[in-house]
Design a protein around this ligand. Structure first.
Ligand SMILES: [Zn+2]
Length: 501
């Protein structure tokens, strides 16, 4: 029996608003598409939370024995300012401001993104396609939508006809938006506008003379709209209908609603079985945003170099912190919460190091009740993860398990009284859940040996100063080290040791 049969997954489907049993299209296989970053700026923490969510999903699917194809794109063209159809291309604008080629912008921020993902131990997707690599496919689907009467061309741009689509399908099926209300609200179209209705959206935009990123098309030189790239790349690598589509909550409308309309219109079938959305980050109860001055970059969080942070936190502390809440709830950043996470992660990490070293000697007469308790704890991890990927509850069980690991270490629990089967299940689950599913690895403080070496050099200098009867220098070395929290201790035999306060 496969593990996924033993612990079937139930997940919240944004499409139905219900928690549903996960049934993949092909048994044993999972196809998942997640909207990746627009690479025109440093990746911020809110994005990181989204990618951590889907990293956890793909890790757990694999842990249960599924084969996963995880596609996460790179948006390197077509995403206009304000997420609407007018305005400058985000990458083109940055290129103009920094006087760089758009490809230089894309490379710089894609590398930053990958570095941040690696630092947080977020595994790479199986395929990472880019929008500029799929211009031909985007032109082809746009042609198809025009042929089907679901899109129209005006002055070299092509728009999707939402009203027409809605006569035979349901625009708003995902977001719950009502097409009549959408048509009423917002700015009225004027004579400058090319769209027939303000809810129509661009599939292809004509490039103005100063627009840098442009490709030839049947409608003249231009560039693709933002929504169409995801439709093209998800269908190309996962098929016209695939299992899971994920992204941040803010993408539900219009981006994901438009994806559904384009794909359903072009292929005549629903593109996605389960839509999964991860929630936002807040800071001290406020939405994280650049304009409020309360957004920070991962690097600022690690160094503590930000007015809102008391100190720096390690990547695994932050990862642990984010996993402490369910992906569909908002998550609030505060120094108190991060400090608590630091302690919590340390406890789990210490237990991880302990259990890895613990081998069970030949079991004697097993205590059935104890063995069952330990086995049940291990099962609870699976049950919680299979219940809509509840990392918060899983961590609570891991704390319980960490206490048992400490009991084994202290001798409060006799290791020989646990049945061999229960011990193996307990141990492999703790290690597997920590490292493979939650991606929480032990952190070694990399600068310890450096610090140790530096202090030893200073100790040698102080010894030399004393031999030379240069007591002023010797005292200065001692006092200055004390000021930064390093206490030197003079031994009886002239040896010196130190302690970090
Ligand atoms: Zn997308």
């Amino acid at each position: 029996m496969k593990r996924y049969e033993q612990f079937p997954i139930y997940l919240s489907n944004s499409l139905s608003g219900q928690k549903e049993k996960f049934e993949p299209i092909t048994p044993g296989f999972v196809g998942m598409y997640v909207c990746g970053p627009t690479v025109y700026n440093y990746v911020h923490l809110g994005n990181t939370r989204t990618f951590l969510t889907f990293d956890t999903l793909s890790r757990y699917f694999r842990f249960l024995g599924y084969k996963v194809r995880y596609v996460r794109n790179i948006t390197d063209v077509g995403h206009l300012e304000g997420d609407v159809d007018e305005g400058e291309d985000k990458i083109g604008k940055k290129a103009r401001l920094e006087q760089l080629e758009p490809m230089e912008i894309v490379k710089r921020y894609t590398e930053d993104f990958h570095n941040v993902m690696r630092t947080f131990n977020i595994l790479p997707p199986s395929i990472e396609p880019s929008a500029t690599g799929h211009i031909v496919e985007q032109i082809n689907i746009t042609k198809k939508l025009i042929d089907l009467g679901l899109a129209y061309e005006v002055n070299g741009s092509v728009y999707f006809d939402v009203k027409k689509y809605n006569t035979s399908h349901h625009y708003g099926i995902l977001s719950g938006r009502n097409i009549e209300e959408l048509m009423e609200s917002g700015r009225d179209l004027d004579s400058q506008d090319e769209k027939r209705e303000k809810i129509d959206f661009a599939l292809w935009k004509k490039a103005s003379p100063q627009h840098i990123m442009r490709w030839p098309s049947p409608w003249g030189e231009g560039f693709p709209g933002w929504h169409i790239e995801c439709t093209v790349m998800s269908t190309k690598y996962l098929g016209e209908t695939f299992d899971i589509h994920g992204g941040g909550m803010d993408l539900k409308f219009p981006h994901h609603e438009c994806e559904i309309a384009q794909a359903t219109g072009a292929n005549g079938k629903t593109p996605v079985r389960y839509w999964v959305h991860s929630n936002m980050l807040t800071v001290n109860g406020q939405k994280m945003s650049k304009s409020l001055g309360n957004s920070f970059l991962p690097s600022e969080l690690f160094s503590g170099n930000h007015p809102l942070l008391q100190k720096g936190y390690s990547p695994m502390t932050v990862r642990f912190f984010m996993l402490q809440s369910h992906y569909s709830s908002t998550l609030d950043f505060s120094n108190e919460a991060l400090n608590a996470a630091e302690k919590g992660f340390k406890k789990l990490s210490n237990a991880l190091a302990l259990i890895k070293k613990t081998e069970q000697p030949k079991a004697e007469s097993a205590n059935t009740e104890l063995s069952q308790q330990l086995s049940a704890l291990a099962d609870d991890c699976y049950k919680n993860m299979s219940d809509d990927f509840n990392t918060a509850k899983t961590l609570a069980v891991l704390f319980e398990m960490a206490s048992r690991i400490n009991d084994i270490k202290s001798g409060n629990i006799q290791i020989a009284s646990i049945s061999g089967e229960a011990f193996d299940h307990f141990k492999s689950t703790y290690i597997g859940m920590m490292e493979e599913v939650l991606g929480l690895k032990e952190e070694v403080s990399s600068d310890n040996s450096l610090l140790d070496g530096t202090i030893k050099v200073l100790i040698e200098l102080r010894k030399k100063a004393r031999t030379d009867r240069n007591y002023a220098l010797s005292d200065k070395i001692r006092d200055d080290l004390k000021a930064i929290g390093v206490q030197l201790k003079d031994g009886k035999d002239g040896e010196m040791s130190y302690e970090v306060e």
